[in-house]
Design a protein around this ligand. Sequence first.
Ligand code: PBG
Length: 333
Amino acid sequence: MSVLTEKYILAKRLRRNRRSEAIRKMVRETELSVADLVVPIFLIEGENTREPIPSMPGVERLSIDLMIREATELSERGVQSVILFPVIERSLKTDGAEEAWNPDGLLARAIRELKRELPGICVMADVALDPFTSHGHDGLTNEKGDILNDETIDCLVKMSLMQAEAGIDFVAPSDMMDGRVGEIRKGLDQGGYEQVGIMAYSAKYATSLYGPFRDALQVKLAFGDKRTYQMDPANVREALLEAQLDEEEGADILMVKPALFYLDVIAKLRQQSKRPIAAYHVSGEYAMVMAAHQNGWLDAGNVFHEALLSMKRAGADLIFTYASKWVIDRLEM
Ligand code: PBG
């Protein structure tokens, strides 16, 4: 072997940078931190009440008092933000979704009490009608079953103002109506809530992975599916356009949802936008891993850590995940 070839081969020994944990840590390109996580919490009425969600092992619906205890524990471990999802009793669901902007409803009370107990934590909530409509769609409908865009936006603005009044930090429109971010921004500003942010579910796909979430919220679609408003999983240019419009309309954070099947979308959006990007590691992504874990086929802690790291590597800044405790355990190791 000539001296030159020898030199060339030695220069290519990439394993030198993997030799010890100290070296691996030193050259690590992507860091996952507790502060990146946004933890979803499902809310129910009652006191000291918790209900397991069978399709989401380890996740429970919590009454407001237990939610506050949970948020306190998460906050002590370094979590900065939670997103609240109210489970609405059947009797309160209507075609007009009026409960969505009830200032004394479950969500409003939860936001108020959480901000009173933990003023430092960042609180988000969805802006979409699906927990509140009798048919389970994210918008108002006509007799034919069309989802009405502009009529729905009026409701979303009312819902955002109710949340802002209760003390929300970020409203999170997850409905995929056209033009809603701009109208919500206008409504918030006119209401004197220019400091309230908009975390837009910009590229939200009509995926098969939301099933366990709908179990958790006890939402069943009475007819049709969400493909006339959520995105076609086959499209990526359209996702970039959705995100661009949301940004122009005033979104502060742009989201891609679900996460792992859509890492290409996250990576491309990272190139397009200077705004923070959120990834939503959705209920179906959580359920798949937990099912394998319960069978002894995969280790949930390891898989979740790798999954979340991949989202960061793709370009996400923050990650909504049900797997926070698994990942925080790992990060504290
Ligand atoms: C409501 C909403 C959904 C999710 C978040 N907000 C469900 C849906 O659009 O059907 C899904 C989250 C998850 O699966 O974890 N618009």
